[in-house]
Design a binder for this molecule. Structure first.
Ligand code: AR6
Length: 164
């Protein structure tokens, strides 16, 4: 049976078909989760990313996972809260939709996602979790397993609140 799970942890350690990377428009790496994913995947990831010519906000692109336990990485670019002309929610919703669509297209069954845009990009955590969960609910019949990986206890507690 399909399920949506919430765990605390480091997304670079999760064994799934695909993890989602909260990247920036260059797709060439950065800080936060993006930095950790590039570090754990190894330099070949950056080589593949160079060929992708970046990514627009709300869109998603796929690469191999290289040294990660995950087979693939879907890179998506979230909104920088307060800098998107009021389109923050729409862009974040698109990040989740396009990530799930890409996983579906590649016939991937298990996907792990971080709390996109809630770190450096400062999206309010409650609102971001609500968007993430509502989009995930629409895709759970297409994928067998959706896991939200919360690095911080604070994020984990917010997700828990939404499923109680
Ligand atoms: N596993 C799971 N979640 C993590 C991990 C990890 N290893 N590390 C951090 N998080 P952020 P953004 C959580 O800042 O807000 C980068 O420089 C973190 O606690 O990584 O989308 C990019 O290159 C937070 O909840 O991404 C962009 O420039 C969430 O991941 C920019 O930051 C997102 O935090 C993107 O900012």
């Amino acid at each position: 049976m399909s399920e949506i799970k919430f765990i605390r942890g480091d997304i670079t350690k999760i064994e799934v078909d695909v993890i989602v990377n909260p990247a920036n428009t260059t797709l060439l790496g950065g800080g936060g989760c993006d930095g950790m994913i590039h570090y754990a995947a190894g330099p070949e990831l950056k080589d593949e990313c160079r060929g992708l010519n970046g990514c627009c906000k709300g869109e998603a692109k796929i690469t191999k996972g290289y040294n990660l336990p995950a087979e693939y990485i879907i890179h998506t670019v979230g909104p920088f809260y307060g800098h998107e002309d009021g389109k923050e929610k729409e862009i974040l919703t698109n990040c989740y939709i396009n990530s799930f669509e890409l996983a579906k297209k590649h016939k991937l069954k298990s996907i792990a996602l971080p709390c996109i845009s809630t770190g450096c990009y400062r999206f309010p955590k409650d609102q971001a979790a609500e968007i993430a969960i509502s989009v995930a609910n629409k895709y759970i019949n297409d994928l067998e397993n959706i896991t939200f990986v919360c690095f911080l206890k604070l994020d984990f507690n917010i997700y828990k609140k939404f499923v109680e």
